[in-house]
Design a protein around this ligand. Structure first.
Ligand code: NCD
Length: 313
């Protein structure tokens, strides 16, 4: 029997597959009409146990732009999870109703568990503070699109590096593509978890890593500025969140010192990390980033459904 492929963490894709997905994503972006029927007759189940705007709707849009259909829920309170149904039972049943599952869940490891009960592909759309592989693919397509290559950049991650799953997934993946330097900008309380830092140092000793407290100190050398939101929902008490919530705000004044070709990214939603006066700076590409998310997800769906450029026969 054929083994079914899931995407639970970025390591489920090798470098060649990632580069290939980026190329297919660009092709779809340029010629979406060629893929408009690639998923005709297929159904995507969108199971969101946690809030989402971009990830949920860009997946829905991706499937619909491929000619497929979407079922699911954006609020677990409207599903039988509310009655106490287990994730494994929900997954088993959704296998009868769909061809592909996209799942977001507040608990780390939930999509992995679901994949163990699924004969159809499961895509992790974010699990707690753990991983967010499709945001990583979106980020990589964006970097490749605006910087032409994934290699040799100095990238500053700013904000909540402790709980930010987009950072956790992206930093481990970029390390695989000859990054020059990682700059980690956060308050002490929100530093990158030690196990990720140790993993990077052990496996990629050639990459320089610098920790910094203030963005102003490192902005001049940065090629890619990756801003993130303080993850309020992962804090154990409100007071800690309030203390840190406005730690970093990127504005026009701070950006004066940045390189002319530095790009400013953010997985969004922004809360108070990038002031609105930054939106007309040509280096701000966070909205384009969210747009590109649709096309890389279209590419990923065609890979897992083995259609379009990935058709096997
Ligand atoms: C991110 C997430 O859900 O982790 N959003 C997204 O998917 N674009 C970032 C965040 O919520 O801060």
């Amino acid at each position: 029997m054929k083994t079914v492929r899931h995407l639970i963490e970025p390591a489920d894709l090798n470098n060649e597959e990632i580069l290939d997905l980026i190329e297919v994503g660009k092709k779809i972006y340029e010629q979406p009409g060629n893929y408009a029927h690639a998923c005709q007759g297929k159904i995507l189940a969108s199971l969101f146990f946690e809030p989402s705007t971009r990830t949920k709707f860009s997946f829905d849009s991706a499937m619909m732009r491929l000619g497929g259909n979407v079922i699911g829920f954006a609020d677990a309170n409207t599903s039988s999870a509310k009655k106490g149904e287990s994730l494994s039972d929900t997954t088993r049943v959704m296998n009868f109703y769909s061809d592909l599952i996209v799942m977001r869940h507040p608990k780390e490891g939930a999509p992995k568990l679901a994949s163990e009960y699924s004969d159809i592909p499961v895509i992790n759309a974010g699990d707690g503070g753990h991983n967010h592989p499709t945001q990583t693919l979106t980020d990589l397509l964006t970097i490749s699109y605006y910087k032409k290559t994934l290699e040799n950049h100095t990238i500053a991650f700013v904000g909540d590096l402790k709980y930010g799953r987009t950072v956790h997934s992206l930093i481990k993946t970029l390390a695989r593509f000859n990054t020059k330097k990682f700059i980690l900008v956060s308050p002490d309380e929100l530093k990158l978890p030690k196990f990720i830092l140790d993993y990077l140092k052990e496996n990629y000793p050639e990459i320089e890593i610098q920790e910094a407290r203030y963005l102003e100190d490192v902005i001049t050398e940065t090629d890619i500025l990756y801003m993130t939101r303080i993850q309020k929902e992962r804090f154990f008490n409100e007071a800690d969140y309030l203390k840190l919530k406005d730690s970093f705000l990127l504005n026009k004044k701070k950006m004066v010192k940045a390189k002319p070709d530095c790009i400013v990214m953010h997985p969004l939603p922004r809360v108070n990390e990038i002031s609105y006066d930054m939106d007309d700076d040509p280096r701000s590409i966070y909205f384009e980033q969210s747009k590109l998310g649709v096309y890389i997800r279209m590419a990923l769906i065609t890979l897992l459904m083995e259609v379009g450029d990935y058709a096997t026969c």
